[in-house]
Write a protein that binds this ligand. Sequence first.
Ligand SMILES: C[S@@+](CC[C@H](N)C(=O)[O-])C[C@H]1O[C@@H](n2cnc3c(N)ncnc32)[C@H](O)[C@@H]1O
Length: 255
Amino acid sequence: MAFSLGWKAPRGCWNLLQPVSSGFPLFSWRTAGSYLDPKVKAFVEDNTEVTSSGSLTPEIQLRLLTPKCKFWWERADLWPYSDPYWAIYWPGGQALSRYLLDNPDVVRGKSVLDFGSGCGATAIAAKMGGAAKVLANDIDPIAGMAVVLNCRLNGLNPFPILTKNILNMQQGKWDLIVLGDMFYDEDLAESLHRWLENCFWTYGTRVLIGDPGRPQFSGHRIQHQLHRLVEYILPEPTQQENNGLTTSTVWDFQP
Ligand SMILES: C[S@@+](CC[C@H](N)C(=O)[O-])C[C@H]1O[C@@H](n2cnc3c(N)ncnc32)[C@H](O)[C@@H]1O
């Protein structure tokens, strides 16, 4: 458990902001195999458990780090890759995914970008809800692999995945951008806020944010531009893993 809790500490999240030097290019499910280093794939499969319990979306199966996995108990520095944030289904992503599954009209026929997709659950929920086009984006290439594996677990053809930092890149038009638990660091929150305002004002993109009330979110000026859509009580296992967080809310960004 110590390992998992260590990853959830805000300080650990700073590491996520470092650029990934060898980020994979955009790849689709047809070419995903060529990016899935068999050794890394085997490591991910050996060190995660397929589970659908303990979250707000029991209809989605995911490969996650659970107490049944060796590294749940092992020292964090023995994990040979970057911190596996993709192996945790975060409270913000859970709420957002639950909302999309319960309100498929929000995504049906739409183009959807899941920014900071981690395990890919919210992108998977968008696809299940009938989104016409889904892109999962995460700076961690192993998260990209996890998304491919998790798509297959749920009987979906893996959608495109982009493992680059797109915050400073020219944006395409998206009908909807979803962000689960992405406001955990002040610098990232600032960059994201600017980027989301630009997406909204340039393209009229709708933005939905899932967050369990992290201080970097509830203390940010973005609060004045949010409309609360729904609040969920987190399942007991998620509460236990998240040190006292009890609810998670979906917000509509309306600058
Ligand atoms: C707290 S996790 C949330 C994952 C997922 N959205 C969820 O709710 O389960 C944050 C994720 O954002 C990714 N990330 C951090 N900075 C990013 C950036 N600039 N662009 C894309 N992804 C980023 C991390 O690699 C990590 O997978």
